[in-house]
Design a binder for this molecule. Structure first.
Ligand SMILES: *Cc1c(COP(=O)(O)O)cnc(C)c1O
Length: 406
């Protein structure tokens, strides 16, 4: 394994790397997959589905050979994350107008979002390098996840959470796990800038998605999806895009699965942004070579409220390699798709519903064909944002609820 700058290629020691390279680039992990035999590993991954109570019972660490092969097992901090449901939901299929739609419910993770897939690896690796204080900037899900794993490891967590436009449910969850919460005026982007500058000198191990081990862990979402579907992926995988770490990890996972012979064909990737926070979609759509940050991001999907996504270069490579596309959806489209997912019994927070809303839009536009198949990654749990629920339920459904007289 090597850690190198994604932009200039400079290498860093595995046990002490900076948040970013001096050139401003993000770091990335280069795995050396010596003696990986895809068929043998498939059998191993299948056998591990029977594990209980060991780190291999986790839906992330099941794939340790492809994620963090050299980490001694004793450093693993796990809550048996992953192992989430894959649903062939009829309602989602009808809504998107597609032959087959799967919902991969990362919302079923222990802290309620896909951030757990990456965080278990970042915190485990941080412990391996001797860190005991962990930090992140967050719109609420990264902080909940970090606070949970730090608590499990008996370590300290410090989280920067914007004062505005963050779901109170997430802040309370983060606080309840015992994190030190710093609220600040500004956005996620300001928080991450602060940590990039000051994190190391404050002795904090930064667990935002600029940490390359978050990306390695998040690859497991694609691994699990592929394993669930007997190593044959749908035509499209659709993800909501905020900081763009999820799509970066998805793309890296697909690339590695293909190179190692686990899958024959790369699916196409679609990234869906919220209209009020869609700098990546705007860049791709207009063919501009550089991302122009959105100074005042604003969307009801608070997890997507990010104007300057750090991982945009990695995400762009994923689009290029998979003939991927982007779209943006309005808050109204997001909430309409969310209502469909909620009523199907699966449920999700607004940001997750952007994927289904975007899929429907792309099918209506003819960009994705009715005969193709797709999987939407549901990134966060329904109870992560009860305000959003109140917003659409209070006016209609809840009033229709009948009182039962005792
Ligand atoms: C973090 C998050 C996203 C965005 O993922 P990125 O990797 O930042 O693009 C989407 N939905 C939810 C629920 C999230 O927590």
């Amino acid at each position: 394994m090597k850690i190198a700058c994604y932009d200039c290629g400079r290498e860093f020691p595995v046990d002490s790397f900076p948040v970013r390279c001096g050139c401003g680039g993000l770091l990335t992990v280069h795995q050396t997959f010596h003696s990986v035999d895809a068929e043998k590993l498939k059998a191993t991954f299948h056998e591990r589905l029977q594990e209980r109570g060991t780190s291999y019972a986790s839906g992330v660490w099941r794939y340790k050979e492809l994620i963090c092969p050299d980490l001694p097992d004793s450093f693993i901090v796990t809550k048996y994350e992953g192992n989430t449901g894959l649903y062939a939901a009829q309602a989602a299929r009808d809504y998107a107008g597609l032959r087959q739609v799967w919902l991969k419910a990362q919302s079923e993770n222990p802290s309620g979002s896909f951030k757990d897939n990456g965080m278990t690896v970042a915190v485990s690796f941080g412990r391996f390098t001797g860190s005991t204080s962990f930090a992140c900037s967050s719109t609420g899900n990264t902080s909940s996840s970090l606070a949970m794993y730090a608590a499990v490891a008996g370590c300290r967590s410090v989280v920067l959470v914007p004062e505005h436009d963050v779901s109170i449910s997430k802040v309370l969850q983060t606080a309840a796990y015992g994190a030190e919460i710093i609220r600040f005026p500004g956005t996620y982007d300001d928080g991450i800038r602060f940590l990039e500058k000051r994190g190391a000198e404050l002795g904090l191990y930064v667990c935002n998605s600029v940490n390359p081990f978050r990306i390695e862990g998040q690859k497991s979402i694609a691994f699990e999806l592929a394993q669930d579907l007997s190593w044959s992926l749908p035509d499209w995988i659709v993800v909501p895009g905020g900081a763009l770490s999820n799509v970066s990890a998805l793309g890296k996972a697909l690339r590695e699965l293909k190179e190692l012979g686990f899958i024959d064909k790369l699916p196409q990737v679609a990234v869906i942004q919220a209209e009020g926070a869609s700098p990546f979609h705007r860049m791709v759509n207009s063919g501009l070579p550089e991302l122009a940050p959105e100074p005042t991001p604003r969307t009801i999907a608070s997890a997507l409220n990010i104007g300057n996504p750090p991982s945009w270069r990695k995400a762009l490579q994923v689009l290029q390699e998979t003939q991927g596309i982007t779209a943006s959806v309005s808050d109204a489209e997001i909430m309409a798709a969310k209502a469909v997912i909620d009523r199907s019994g699966i449920g999700c927070e607004p940001a997750s519903a952007a994927a289904l809303a975007g899929l429907r839009k792309l099918v209506l536009a003819g960009t994705i064909h009715k005969e193709e198949t797709a999987a939407c990654i549901l990134t966060g749990n329904m109870l992560k944002d009860t305000d959003a629920l109140k917003g659409y339920l209070s006016s209609s459904t809840v009033q229709k609820e009948r009182r039962i007289e005792a």
